[in-house]
Design a protein around this ligand. Structure first.
Ligand code: HEM
Length: 263
């Protein structure tokens, strides 16, 4: 074995020796809530907008049309009830779980959000050198979260009204069907344009941000996107226990003792 090969065999594997620091943005519970909501939303949008399909497309189902549309209605209701249940659980989570209460406090609108919004606009038009330092959630995320709560409430209430139509006067049902249909379009647009662009289509994230599966972001992104929150975490060991995920030391791959091709 040449001297060069011995040195390379004993050199520590830089990748496995470096401990990566990741920051938790969504804990396991929050990721499960997000996943259930996401699945329900997709089923609701597909089975809901099926009603709007033009007759010539519906006629392609042929004999199966009645059965397909029967199960469409059932699936829409099952997904609707599941979405309502996960939304109610979310309220319980916000009020009664420590992580939920922290989420609620951090998500509540504050005066700083107004300053941040103004500061960001000034930064966009180059009247300010640096963007404002965002905390755990910034104003756009808070607005989207608020829109989600309002949208889910409207859809749930109007959906339940339509489901129990025999109990309500016609004018209530007329309003419910308009609100349910319009809000469905708005919700789908908000997800496809706003959420997709803000979360997944960002230059560093494209084509998808895996945060909804992994729950974490790396230190570099944390410092760039949420600098104030980063500083707070680094200054407080209690917050570090909550938000910093120390990756388990990677199991070291057996070092290559011999360079390729050597005997
Ligand atoms: C994001 C969530 C939802 C979306 C995108 C959605 C979408 C839609 C759409 C597009 C329609 C057709 C409206 C029209 O004819 O103008 C519809 C109808 C309906 N939706 Fe929803 N919906 C959602 C949530 C719910 C919920 C939570 C419930 C109740 C549990 C529900 C129950 C109904 C009912 C009963 C109808 C009447 C038509 C039918 O019999 O299926 N929906 N929905």
């Amino acid at each position: 074995m040449t001297e060069e090969r011995v040195i390379s065999a004993n050199k520590p594997n830089e990748k496995s020796d470096h401990k990566k620091r990741n920051f938790i943005r969504l804990n396991f519970n929050e990721r499960v809530q997000h996943m259930i909501f996401l699945i329900c939303f997709i089923i609701l949008a597909l089975t809901g907008f099926m009603i709007k399909l033009p007759e010539d497309i519906v006629s392609k189902f042929g004999e199966a049309k009645t059965v397909v549309f029967y199960y469409r209605g059932i699936l829409h209701r099952i997904a609707g009830v599941t979405m309502i249940l996960v939304s109610l659980y979310h309220v319980f989570y916000l009020l009664f779980k420590p992580a939920g209460r922290r989420w609620l406090v951090d998500m509540l609108p504050k005066l700083k959000d107004l300053h941040d919004m103004l500061g960001t606009m000034l930064y966009y038009v180059r009247l300010r050198e640096k963007p404002p330092e965002y905390d755990r959630f910034y104003y756009k995320q808070k607005m989207e979260y608020g829109a989600l709560i309002a949208g889910a409430t409207l859809m749930s209430v109007t959906g339940l009204l339509l489901w129990t139509e025999q109990m309500w006067p016609k004018f209530i049902l007329d309003i419910a069907i308009i609100v349910h249909g319009m809000e469905a379009i708005l919700a789908c647009l908000a997800i496809m344009v706003w959420h997709m662009y803000e979360v997944h289509l960002k230059p560093r994230k494209f084509p998808i941000d895996n945060l909804w599966i992994t729950g974490v972001i790396d230190e570099e992104e944390m410092m760039e996107e949420f600098p104030l929150h980063y500083k707070k975490i680094m200054a407080d060991p209690d917050l570090q226990k909550i938000f910093v995920q120390q990756e388990k030391e990677e199991v070291r791959r057996p070092r290559r003792i011999f360079a390729r091709g050597s005997q």
